[in-house]
Design a protein around this ligand. Structure first.
Ligand SMILES: Nc1ncnc2c1ncn2[C@@H]1O[C@H](COP(=O)(O)OP(=O)(O)OP(=O)(O)O)[C@@H](O)[C@H]1O
Length: 937
């Protein structure tokens, strides 16, 4: 299941030969063992094991692992020379992901120089590989502490208790009837199977199985069906921003070089470091002639109007290495103008791939004809600025950045440096990232449009109407995130955003938090279209200041008193400080936080955990590898990916926008309601049969085999199979389905139905005994005493009860379409009802004989029984459709419940009742070890 049968070329190390010698043999994938050296073929290999790359580069589609559809480049494991006194560098799976090829991922293309083979060392095989993890997570999904399942277990315990009572009762009765030992044992064991229905687990999962199928038809794959029921309780959805709420392929708005004003068309940039950075600092690659890679990189490169060439076998112009080459479209552009014979080409020699936690990527390049090599770096502006020589960063860097981010633009910064000529090619593969990404010269900004996907705003609105909170958790800039949150109406126009800026203890000052308003972009803070130029890099900001600090300037923006509610906007850095120094504020941040920006992948997962701790049932929707942790942690992780299933999350949606979120929640609610309905039905079915059997045992009778078969197979199996076919209601409604079987409303429903059912069974039995024509059964120890009036009445009446209860527990609105739309189920109920009526009113002889029914009961008596079950039917529906769902009953139950159970509800109440918190415009200090806070204006 995990290992592939395809052949793999492996070096098994014949003694006396070296790896270089051609001692490779082809063996099936499952025969690989850790330590094997394998070669990766040039195109389209599916990895059969986890292996660490030791030579060459690979371009891999890892969507199975991360959900991210953009191919990633894998580079060989660095092999720094051992330094004295330091431990040798060891392979750590988590740290060296960029050098690891994972089982089940597809190596689209490999590259190496001078005809060398691309080699990797096998590190894991079978179920311990990445694919093994996927298979394991499908086979053994992570158990969710969901109340429904816990309650189901408790309910089963109650049923088991009843079974013991029934068992003892039947033994007692059988002994009193002097039945043979075999009979006593059989009947007593019968009692246990009656009370604990074997089909119960199947009935409980049937809802999720059908929901899983329906989701698949809508392009949403689920690898963990138990999560479907849990997702029905979703109360809050976290969204990643880029690629999830906003378009992935962002259009370039313009470039802001450090030394000149805005250039709208990147191709118009003068030849120089910035243009070269845009052309070379990316991880694009050609796959079957088509340029592929990060959509941001694609847009950036396309804007330069340059060409990208992958190395061919004879491409050795850049010394022994054959790098990717970029050059202007006009091939005759020469380095020194038309007089020169050296074409202007840049070879990308080494790449330090983009990492979300580092917020940057860089490349080492060489321009053809130059002796030295260059480093180009691009990434989050604050990060890039912090790596640059202070003097090279324009003084009004923050103002300019703010102008763009305030409007929701996505901004990327560039930097550059020339490497010392002493660094030669052969040093390149060993050089460390930190050595390269430092002391850079700031080059400028690239401003990209950050358009919302058309489906985003309506979906957020839909979720708000359904009373489901939405939260943005992104790696992007805070102001960009706030702007996008406003645009997609996650934050409404009359709501206020409060920036929570937390600083760690420094220079004798304790850790502190400042609370400031963020507002819409004001007239003068907005760069209006093309006419107005942004900042000219000339004010006096300090580069070491983080941007969140800079946001303090917001205090100067005049805003009206807030009318609507307030939302916190917290950056990753502040989130970390709050967790460490103000942990008691985390719940409040979670309850009112709507924008979490510059969050690292780990912090995204921590946020989801904190939300779960407050009692929220959290869904997370994201598209990238940086969302993996959060997707796995959330109750309902929905990954937007082209992959059919990824280990990253229980749900994977091929619909590349957030519309899939309401779909998952609607289907999950339908599944949850189905599971509850099936469970209640199964419980009632046991009770009905339990009462029937107890009644019949009291006269030494029992239901006949065919009668059992009709009830268990024809009625109950069709109910269990078809009940779940009822589709999800097309609209997401504000109320959430109950998550606990032991909820008072559910208990009321079950108890009232049990009482009613006992009343009908006992009532009809007593009524039968009062009939003048009634002859009681005279138990015959030699026969099974089935053909009698008592059994006939009990069977005829109860067969209606099962059908009526099935219909009554198949709830329609507001979580599922009405019962009548479930045509197959309706049809089967009608057929069963018709057949039961035939057996009750007119059991013609051969049939009656086959089923072991008495035929000589007066017709008027049969009509009375029909009237009783009809009345029962009406009362059942009144209870289920009016009483159980009535607000009066809910209020009555709520009388007992003084405080809400979920912590987030308590906190929401507390915050709503405290208008003086948060202390906007003030600073909160962490005081002493206990972190009591004190607030100062
Ligand atoms: N290909 C890239 N090269 C260099 N820097 C990048 C690249 N992609 C993103 N960045 C920078 O790194 C930051 C963090 O990126 P990350 O992928 O974690 O989040 P994001 O894409 O901005 O947002 P989200 O978390 O909503 O997807 C980005 O805000 C951006 O400034």
């Amino acid at each position: 299941m995990v290992a592939l049968e395809a052949e793999v070329s492996v070096w098994r190390g014949d003694s006396g030969k070296t790896v270089c010698a051609s001692v490779y043999e082809d063996i099936p994938g499952q025969e690989l063992v850790p330590g094997d050296v394998i070669t990766i073929p040039p195109y389209g290999t599916m990895m059969a094991c986890d292996a660490v790359l030791i030579t060459g580069n690979c371009i891999v589609n890892e969507s199975m692992l991360t959900g991210e559809s953009v191919p990633v480049t894998k580079t060989p494991l660095p092999n720094p020379p051992p330094t004295e006194g330091q431990d040798p560098c060891v392979y750590i799976s988590e740290e060296h992901k960029r050098h690891t090829l994972f089982c089940g991922t597809q190596v689209i293309q490999t590259r190496y120089y001078g005809g060398e083979k691309v080699k990797a060392v096998v590190i894991r095989t079978g179920f311990v590989t990445a694919k093994g993890e996927l298979v394991r997570s499908i086979l053994f999904p992570k158990p969710m502490g969901f109340k429904f399942y816990q309650d189901a277990m408790r309910f089963l315990a109650v049923l088991a208790g009843l079974a013991v009572i029934g068992f003892s009762y039947s033994v007692y009765m059988m002994i009193s009837f002097k039945a043979p030992v075999k009979e006593i044992i059989l009947r007593a064991l019968d009692m246990i199977t009656v009370i604990v229905p074997p089909a119960l687990p199947a009935a409980m999962t049937v809802g999720s199985v059908y929901a899983q199928r329906r989701l698949m038809k809508q392009g949403i794959f689920c690898i963990s069906p138990p999560r479907i029921n849990v997702s029905g309780k979703t109360k809050l959805v976290c969204f990643d921003k880029t690629g999830t709420l906003t378009e992935d392929g962002l259009d370039l708005w313009g470039v802001v070089p450090a030394d000149m004003s805005v250039v709208k068309n990147a191709a118009d940039l003068p030849r120089g470091a910035l243009l070269a950075a845009m052309a070379s600092c990316h991880s694009l690659t050609l796959i079957e002639g088509e340029m592929t890679g990060d959509p941001l990189d694609l847009k950036m490169f396309e804007a330069t109007d340059w060409l990208l060439e992958e190395p061919g076998p004879d491409n050795t112009r850049f010394d022994i290495l054959a790098p990717t080459v970029v050059k202007p479209v006009t091939a005759d552009t020469f380095i020194m103008g038309a007089s020169s014979q050296t074409p202007y080409e840049i070879g990308i020699l080494r790449q330090f791939p983009f990492s979300s936690s580092l917020q940057r990527m860089s490349v080492i390049t060489r321009t053809l004809g130059n002796r030295n090599m260059d480093v180009y770096l691009k990434g989050a502006p604050e990060m890039v600025a912090s790596l640059c020589i202070k003097e090279t960063v324009p003084p009004d860097f923050h103002t300019t950045l703010m102008r763009y981010t305030l409007q929701g633009f996505r901004v990327i910064a560039f930097a550059w440096k020339m490497l010392d000529t002493s660094i030669k090619f052969h040093h390149l593969q060993k050089i460390q990232r930190d050595q390269v990404e430092t002391d850079l010269t700031f080059l400028g900004l690239m401003v990209m449009q950050n358009a919302l996907k058309p489906e985003t705003t309506p979906t957020i609105q839909q979720l708000r109407e359904a009373n489901i909170r939405t939260v943005m958790v992104t790696g992007d800039n805070m102001l960009t995130a706030v702007s996008v949150a406003r645009n997609c109406r996650m934050v409404l126009s009359n709501d206020t955003v409060i920036l929570v800026t937390a600083n760690p203890p420094e220079e004798g000052q304790p850790a502190h938090i400042t609370w400031t308003y963020s507002e819409h972009p004001t007239e003068d803070s907005v760069v209006q279209g093309q006419g107005q130029q942004p900042g000219k890099w000339d004010s006096g900001a300090d580069m070491s200041e983080p941007l969140v600090e800079y946001d303090m300037s917001y205090q100067n923006i005049q805003i009206e008193e807030p009318e609507g509610t307030y939302h916190f906007a917290v950056s990753g850095k502040s989130f970390a400080v709050i967790r460490n120094h103000f942990p008691y504020l985390i719940p409040k941040m979670c309850v009112r936080g709507t924008v979490f920006a510059r969050m690292s992948p780990n912090q995204k997962a921590q946020l989801v955990e904190s939300l779960q701790d407050l009692g929220y049932c959290v869904a997370m929707c994201g598209d990238g590898a940086n969302d993996c942790g959060a997707l796995k942690t959330a109750h309902a992780g929905i990954s937007l990916s082209e992959a059919e299933a990824s280990v990253a999350s229980p749900f994977t949606s091929k619909i590349p926008n957030i519309q899939c979120v309401p779909t998952v929640i609607r289907e999950a609610r339908a599944a949850l309601v189905t599971s509850f309905g099936s469970f209640k039905y199964m419980a009632l079915y046991s009770m009905v049969q339990f009462v029937s059997v107890i009644t019949l045992y009291s006269i030494d009778s029992n239901l006949g085999d065919i009668q059992y078969l009709y009830i268990d197979l024809a009625i109950t199996t069709s109910v269990a199979l078809f009940m779940g076919w009822q589709e999800a209601y097309p609209k997401l409604v504000p109320q959430r389905p109950l998550g606990s079987l032991m909820a008072p409303v559910n208990l009321f429903s079950v108890v009232s139905q049990v009482v009613l059912m006992i009343a009908v069974q006992v009532g009809t039995f007593v009524y039968l005994k009062q009939q003048p024509w009634f002859v009681p059964l005279k138990p015959d120890p030699k026969s099974d005493n089935i053909l009698c009036y008592e059994t006939t009445v009990v069977f005829s009446v109860t067969s209606y009860l099962y059908i009526v209860l099935a219909a009554a527990f198949s709830k329609g609105r507001p979580y599922r379409r009405p019962l009548y739309t479930n045509y197959v189920f309706m049809m089967s109920l009608m057929i069963l009802l018709g057949f039961s009526t035939l057996l009750l009113l007119h059991p013609f002889s051969p049939l009656a004989k086959f089923i072991e029914l008495k035929v000589d009961m007066p017709f008027h008596f049969r009509l009375v029984l029909l009237a009783i079950v009809s009345a029962y039917c009406i009362i059942v529906f009144v209870i289920e459709d009016f009483v159980v769902t009535s607000q009066v009953l809910r209020k009555l139950f709520r009388l007992r419940k003084k405080l809400p159970k979920n912590r987030y509800k308590l906190l929401e109440k507390e915050l709503a009742e405290n208008p003086d918190w948060p202390p906007v415009g003030e600073t909160t200090y962490a005081v002493g070890e206990k972190y009591q806070d004190s607030t100062h204006s």
